[in-house]
Design a protein around this ligand. Structure first.
Ligand SMILES: CC(C)(COP(=O)(O)OP(=O)(O)OC[C@H]1O[C@@H](n2cnc3c(N)ncnc32)[C@H](O)[C@@H]1OP(=O)(O)O)[C@@H](O)C(=O)NCCC(=O)NCCS
Length: 179
């Protein structure tokens, strides 16, 4: 079921109907996304995107993750969602990316704001995390805008093609959440 974010933006649970658009978007933003996302070399054909979506659908079915296409005025412009949900502990971790053409408009912030609502209510989460590479200023601005608490730095927590990078860890607790 699609979720409305605002007048222009909706979130759609990933399904194979998005494979072609999502692959095209990934391909045309390869250089932009490669700066901070580690998986670009694993998505070289539309079949790789299909495989990613298949995994996302399986994880959604078990409640272990929920990934969404971000659709802006009818056009797929990115992906966001809970990359993983730890059901026994009621924690979830949010990720996001946008096409470069769609940055600078608040789309990702609004989408994540809506995910917080779904996460704390529908998925009964108690703690929602966002991890960003320490130097990924644009990404860090999201949790900071949304009232997350910076809890510290995870040293060399991510392998980015040719180097380890530190991650800033942000979290928001249900008790601190103001819709
Ligand atoms: C991370 C990423 C999604 C952030 O994109 P973004 O466009 O900066 O984020 P938003 O869509 O929330 O937009 C915020 C920008 O829009 C502006 N804006 C305009 N209207 C806005 C609104 N109503 N609400 C919030 N921001 C608004 C903000 O000022 C900000 O611009 P600024 O950085 O120039 O100040 C994007 O840079 C990206 O996909 N990067 C590559 C992948 C990546 O790093 N993913 C995260 C890995 S942890």
């Amino acid at each position: 079921m699609e979720v409305r974010v605002d007048a222009n933006v909706t979130l759609h649970p990933l399904n194979q109907g998005f494979a072609n658009d999502l692959f095209t978007l990934t391909n045309s933003n390869r250089n932009f996304l490669r700066e901070w996302l580690p998986w670009l070399d694993q998505v070289l054909t539309v079949d790789d995107t299909r495989h990613f979506i298949e995994t996302a659908e399986k994880m959604a079915a078990t409640g272990d993750a929920h990934s969404f296409a971000i659709v802006h005025l009818g056009t797929v412009c990115g992906v966001t969602g809970f990359n993983n949900i730890n059901q026994p502990h009621h924690t979830g971790s949010i990720g996001y990316w946008l096409a470069q053409t769609h940055t600078g408009q608040g789309i990702a912030t609004s989408a994540v704001r809506q995910l917080l609502n779904i996460g704390f209510t529908e998925y009964t989460l108690n703690r929602i995390e966002i991890r960003c590479a320490l130097n990924n200023r644009r990404s860090r601005a999201l949790p900071e805008r949304l009232g997350f608490v910076y809890e510290g730095t995870l040293r060399q927590a991510e392998w980015l093609y040719d180097r380890f990078v530190d991650q800033a860890l942000y979290a928001l607790l249900k008790s601190d959440y103001r819709p």
